[in-house]
Design a protein around this ligand. Structure first.
Ligand code: ATP
Ligand code: MG
Length: 163
């Protein structure tokens, strides 16, 4: 793991830019709620990119045509919160913690129609825990899903910037 001081807003924007073209084919729009002021967090950028790639591609896989995906970054006191919300089929309550288990996929029907191994979120959970962060899902079955990630960061960022 190579930890670096990273401007999270620009990392997020770069990742979303990369997905935007593919999303347009499915008429999916990204709605960014990311402040312009830089927020620096010490992370392994390649690992965080892997986590966000999986969550955003899940959101796209399970979104209907014309759906909206909202990606928000919020500064709380002790941590930074990133959330990815889709308007897809949702996840039943009893599965909302299980989706972070290895090889778990919600149901056979959806597993058949959209590819995947069921490893993405299990890996994401491990990688976020290495960052001392948390990851969880909130979902309303039939209405949509939000995946939340928190990462610890210092609110006192003076003098920390590597320009
Ligand atoms: P992989 O990521 O390994 O290619 P995968 O996407 O099926 O495969 P995970 O990313 O671990 O695996 O997700 C696990 C399961 O959780 C998915 O198979 C799906 O059933 C459910 N899931 C994940 N994200 C969403 C979402 N945004 N909306 C609805 N269901 C979801
Ligand atoms: Mg996945």
């Amino acid at each position: 793991f190579s930890f670096q001081l990273i401007n999270m807003g620009s990392l997020l924007n770069d990742i979303i830019d990369r997905f935007e073209m593919i999303a347009l084919d499915k008429k999916i729009r990204f709605n960014r709620k990311i402040a312009n002021t830089p927020v620096y967090v010490r992370v392994a950028p390649d690992k965080l990119t892997q986590v966000l790639d999986n969550i955003i591609s899940n959101a796209m896989k399970y979104s209907p045509e014309g759906g909206d995906i909202k990606i928000q970054m919020l500064q709380k006191n002790e941590h930074l919160q990133i959330s990815i919300s889709d308007q897809g089929m949702g996840i039943p309550r009893e599965s909302q913690t299980k989706i972070f288990d290895r090889f778990y996929r919600v149901d056979k029907a959806r597993a058949r129609s959209v590819g995947g191994t069921g490893l993405g979120l299990a890996i994401a959970k491990e990688l976020i825990h290495v960052h001392n962060g948390e990851i969880w899902a909130e979902s309303e079955y039939g209405a949509g899903t939000t995946i939340y990630i928190t990462l610890p960061y210092s609110n006192d960022q003076e003098g920390e910037h590597e320009l």
